[in-house]
Design a protein around this ligand. Structure first.
Ligand code: NDP
Ligand code: MG
Length: 384
């Protein structure tokens, strides 16, 4: 039995993780759930899973639920600090980080420091502070188990392999809803068009990131930290069918791929139950009805978010943190109708130009650069 904390239980990954827990009550127990503002859904989750602790990090949402309900077996706690502490309880074995954005960094580090294994969905944590997070995990002997489907694929392809035998990580990308479009076609795309992802159904922020290919850029940086390769060893391969979740090329020329249907519950489950492989309800691949699997290079000129991610990744220091922060603010502004789709790249570039990179930053410097970059992004949006 693994006792888990689900941080971000009300989101796309969080609710699918609870689907997995519901299907395997004999193996997974939900000890802690934490969300930000969705008090109605958290309330239903408390009633169903009866965790020992439930957290709402938004003070207003906490006050709403607290005044509405009392729970007999669950302690309800509110506020940002409660979220940071949520993954550190003695009773927890593994923490799923399924909250979105930079807000996931401090709770993840606190859980690592408390010696908990991490099922990591919150890629922004590794992008902003990959060196610190991986070093602390190593020092504490903590496993970082990837939930992101591509990194889960690498993890499976590399099972039992010597990392030194890696020639290349072949990171697959669906290409998003605008694959094949040129810049002029992207100028006036609407929020609804952006949110209509062809193969995956995800939270709003990551769905925008998939359309800009910034998500793939964040995943390149995530892969670099998880597997310790050089950036030149990570090659993005556009694969519109999203059946091959990623591949590893080895020094001898062999390529190992992981295939499955497009259902996040599979990589979530594997991260939570590793090293055990257990039954699942995920739809099986039917090779007789499968259409062609195709592969093509990404268009780095049109989707320059990916190119920028390689640049900030190679630059290192606080550059990836600034890239991520500017993107978070820009995506939010796009979703709120304040800027156009291609302005997302403009905001990121403006903020990257403005901020001097700090090499080998401490955690406090990463947190303050994140705040400064967000303020710069707001300013860049205001003067666009
Ligand atoms: P969602 O937007 O669906 O959910 C986000 C979750 O985070 C919600 O539970 C939300 O709480 C919580 N949250 C939002 N803001 C804050 C905050 N400031 N502090 C604490 N918690 C907060 O996101 P996804 O599930 O799509 O993505 C979650 C993470 O997983 C991201 O890092 C994403 O990149 C990664 N990921 C997602 C994939 C997917 O298929 N969705 C695939 C691979 C990776 P509330 O709703 O209560 O406000
Ligand atoms: Mg992914």
């Amino acid at each position: 039995m693994k006792r888990m904390a689900v941080l971000g239980s009300t989101g796309s990954i969080g609710t699918q993780a609870l689907d997995v827990a519901r299907a395997h009550r004999d193996l997974l127990s939900v000890e802690v759930i934490a969300a930000h503002s969705n008090d109605r859904l958290l309330e239903r989750q408390i009633d169903e899973f009866r965790p020992s602790v439930a957290v709402l990090s938004d003070d207003d949402a906490y006050a709403r639920l607290k005044s509405r309900r009392q729970f007999r077996t669950t302690e309800l706690i509110g506020g940002r600090q409660a979220l940071i502490d949520a993954g550190t309880l003695d009773s927890i074995d593994i923490v799923l980080t399924s909250m979105s954005g930079f807000a996931g960094l401090e709770p993840t580090i606190a859980a690592i420091d408390a010696g908990k294994d991490i099922a990591l969905a919150n890629k922004e944590t590794l992008v902003a502070a990959g060196e610190i997070v991986m070093r602390r995990a190593k020092e504490r002997g903590v496993k970082i188990l990837p939930v992101d489907s591509e990194h889960g694929a690498f993890f499976q392809c590399l099972n039992g392999e010597d990392r030194r035998a890696i020639k290349k990580l072949l990171l697959t990308a669906s290409g998003g809803p605008f694959r094949g479009c040129d810049r002029s076609q992207l100028e006036n795309v609407t929020v609804d068009q952006v949110l209509a992802h062809p193969t995956w159904n995800m939270g709003r922020k990551i769905t925008v990131d998939s359309a800009t290919l910034v998500n793939k850029g964040l995943e390149v940086i995530e892969a670099k930290h998880l597997y310790g390769v050089e950036y030149d060893q990570i090659q993005v391969v556009v694969h519109p069918q999203s059946i091959v979740h990623s591949m590893v090329e080895f020094v001898d020329g062999s390529v190992i791929a992981q295939l499955a249907s497009t259902d996040m519950r599979l990589p979530i489950q594997y991260a939570l139950t590793f090293p055990a492989r257990i039954d699942s309800t995920v739809e099986r691949l039917d090779f007789w009805s499968m259409r062609a699997l195709t592969f093509e290079p990404p268009d780095l000129d049109t989707f320059r978010g990916l190119k920028l991610a390689y640049e900030v990744g190679k630059r290192g220091g606080t550059a990836p943190c600034v890239f991520n922060a500017a993107n978070e603010i820009a995506v939010n502004a796009f979703l709120n109708g304040r800027i156009k789709f291609l302005d997302i790249y403009r905001v990121i570039e403006t903020v990257l130009d403005r901020r001097a990179v700090i090499d080998r930053p401490a955690l406090e410097e990463i947190i303050s650069e994140n705040n400064a970059a967000r303020a710069d992004a707001e300013h860049a949006i205001a003067v666009l």
